[in-house]
Ligand binder design. Structure first.
Ligand code: GDP
Ligand code: IMO
Ligand code: MG
Length: 427
């Protein structure tokens, strides 16, 4: 039975948390397959607002089994803080499963993330400072520490010794910082081990068996297509694969089991951190979008950079993810505009490009070519069907659909669970 993947189609913060929550009552498993607590997923249920960083958004749905799969990097301190925060609010988190193969964010990863960004100065990536990049770097260079290592004190000590030999040289000699002591780290992580043990499972096996039994598995991406290590605006990306291909490697589910790929697409564009962003607005309209859309980071509180909808980016997301359905979020934010600009292509040093240019240099030079659509004044936050939308809003949605290359199956008209027009079932 079906595995469904949800991916951010832009630079993150498209509304993935809300989209996952929306289907929460109709799926059996919600799986995080990459990233870590760099994510910030907001879910609004009635008058309650939740900000999830490491936990799958499905944790808020009582019948869902939430899974942190092998592709995720886990900061155990953050994990327990988040779990405790939810428990205090009456959320049952006991169903959570965590892969024994997931890698751990260690104190030296956080230290290196922060200090390397500082040294990059103006060239910095603008990371969330959570240690994500250094943890994935260690994973790839086969020097990482995994969840299962915490259950073998000898192995954990050995791995820490090897890591600190290397990291302390870098921290002290390259960055002029203090080195880290082994014993306190060992003690801290052995403490987490006992707390983690009840949650740890062979999650790939669990998920494949669930699929065999006809259960529905929902793979919740973090970040977005343009932040993907391979397909994003490298080096201004995160260090994992949020795109749909990453969902298989990151969860241990084969690609033949995935029947649907839902792309989450904001009705305009935002980005946090550095890197190219052709439709970014540096004028009062950028501020207008930020204020109307409450575009402030859930994880770092930074102002999000804002700009108009970029159709080549949506088409690119369709292509690299194999998107079958789009969920267009935040349409309500655009109410009140006389004309709504949409980027339909780029001018790169005098040459017209309909798709994202092949090289990053060209992408840095891309100047948007806009088409303008008639706006609408009405407040649409109470709309519950496509027909409730003003004609111009309907035309805007249809135009984005045409430009993006996949059907828009759901439309968000507010942050609430019920503020969604589901034109076709997302599950
Ligand atoms: P994520 O990282 O993709 O889960 O997205 P974030 O939670 O970081 O940012 C999306 C923000 O938009 C959150 O504050 C959501 O509550 C909010 N949101 C989601 N969908 C809609 C929508 O359709 N309209 C409005 N106005 N807000 C929305
Ligand atoms: P969600 O899941 C938006 C950005 C950071 C930075 C770059 C690398 O909420 O959409 P990292 O700490 O990952 O090494 O930072 O990626 N970034 C995000 N931007 N939403 C996110 O997550 C992000 N996670 C990372 O701002 O530019
Ligand atoms: Mg977010």
């Amino acid at each position: 039975m079906p595995a469904i993947t949800l991916v951010g189609a832009q630079w993150g913060d498209e509304g993935k948390g809300k989209a996952t929550d929306l289907v929460g009552g109709r799926v059996d498993y919600v799986v995080r397959y990459q990233g870590g607590n760099n994510a910030g997923h907001t879910v609004v249920i009635g008058d309650q607002k939740y900000a999830l960083h490491l936990l799958p958004s499905g944790i808020l749905s009582p019948d869902v089994v939430p899974v942190i799969a092998n592709g995720v990097v886990i900061d155990p301190g953050v994990l327990f803080e988040e779990l405790n925060g939810l428990n205090k609010r009456g959320v049952d988190t006991s169903r959570l499963l965590i892969s024994a193969n997931a890698h751990l964010i260690m104190p030296y990863h956080r230290a290196l993330d922060k200090v390397s960004e500082r040294f990059l100065g103006k060239g910095r990536i603008g990371t969330t400072g959570r240690g994500i990049g250094p943890t994935y770097a260690d994973k790839i260079s086969r020097a990482g520490v995994r969840v299962q290592d915490m259950f073998d004190t000898g192995i954990l000590r050995k791995k820490l010794e090897l890591a600190l030999n290397d990291k302390n040289q870098v921290l002290t000699k390259v960055y002029n910082r203090r080195g880290l002591e082994l014993e306190p780290i060992l003690e801290e992580y052995l403490g987490y081990a006992e707390l983690l043990r009840p949650f740890v499972a062979d999650t790939s096996l669990v998920l494949n068996r669930a699929l065999d039994e006809g259960k529905t598995v929902y793979l919740e991406g973090s970040q977005g297509t343009l932040l993907d290590i391979d397909h994003g605006t490298y080096p201004f990306v995160t260090s994992s694969s949020p795109t749909s291909g990453g969902a298989c490697a990151g969860s241990g589910i084969g690609p033949t089991r995935i029947t649907k790929v839902v792309g989450i697409l904001k009705a305009y564009t935002t980005r946090v951190g550095s890197g190219p962003f052709p439709t970014e607005l540096h004028d009062e309209w950028g501020e207008w979008l930020r204020t109307q859309g409450h575009e402030y980071g859930v994880t770092t509180g930074r102002n999000r950079r804002c700009g108009w909808f970029d159709a080549p980016i949506a088409r690119y997301a369709t292509r690299v993810n194999g998107i079958t359905d789009f969920f267009l979020t935040k349409l309500d934010v655009l109410s009140g505009l006389e004309r709504v600009p949409v980027c339909v292509g780029y001018d790169v040093d005098g040459t017209r490009h309909d798709e994202i240019p092949m090289t990053q240099t060209d992408f840095h030079h891309a100047v948007p070519v806009y088409e303008h659509f008639d706006g609408w004044d009405d407040d649409i936050t109470g709309a519950r069907s496509f027909e409730d939308l003003p004609k111009n809003a309907q035309a805007y949605v249809r135009a984005l659909e045409e430009l993006s290359g996949a059907p828009i199956s759901a439309i968000g008209v507010g942050p609430g669970r019920d503020q969604t027009l589901e034109l076709r079932s997302l599950v």
